[in-house]
Design a protein around this ligand. Structure first.
Ligand SMILES: [Zn+2]
Length: 73
C-alpha cells in the first residue's frame, strides 16, 4: 500500500489526480500548469544570452563556400 507515491501539484502543492483522468498531469489542473509555464517563460526572457552566438556562425560559413567556387567550363 505504501509503494504508490501520491503526486503533488508543483504549483499549489495540492493533490493531483491520476494521469488517465487528468490531462494536466503532473499538475492538479490546467490552470496550475499554465501558471507554471508562464513563470518558466518569464524567466527565460530575462536571460538574453545564448541563441545570438549560434546565429552568427551560420551565415558566415555559407558565404565563404560561395566565393571560391569559380570553375570555367
Ligand atoms: Zn495545482
Amino acid at each position: 500500500m505504501s509503494s504508490k507515491p501520491s503526486p503533488r501539484c508543483p504549483t499549489c502543492r495540492g493533490p493531483v489526480a491520476e494521469r488517465s483522468v487528468n490531462p494536466a498531469f503532473p499538475f492538479c489542473c490546467a490552470r496550475c500548469r499554465t501558471i507554471d509555464l508562464g513563470e518558466w517563460l518569464t524567466e527565460s526572457y530575462r536571460i538574453p544570452a545564448g541563441p545570438d552566438d549560434t546565429e552568427r556562425d551560420g551565415p558566415t560559413t555559407g558565404e565563404l563556400g560561395q566565393g571560391g567556387d569559380d570553375l570555367p567550363n
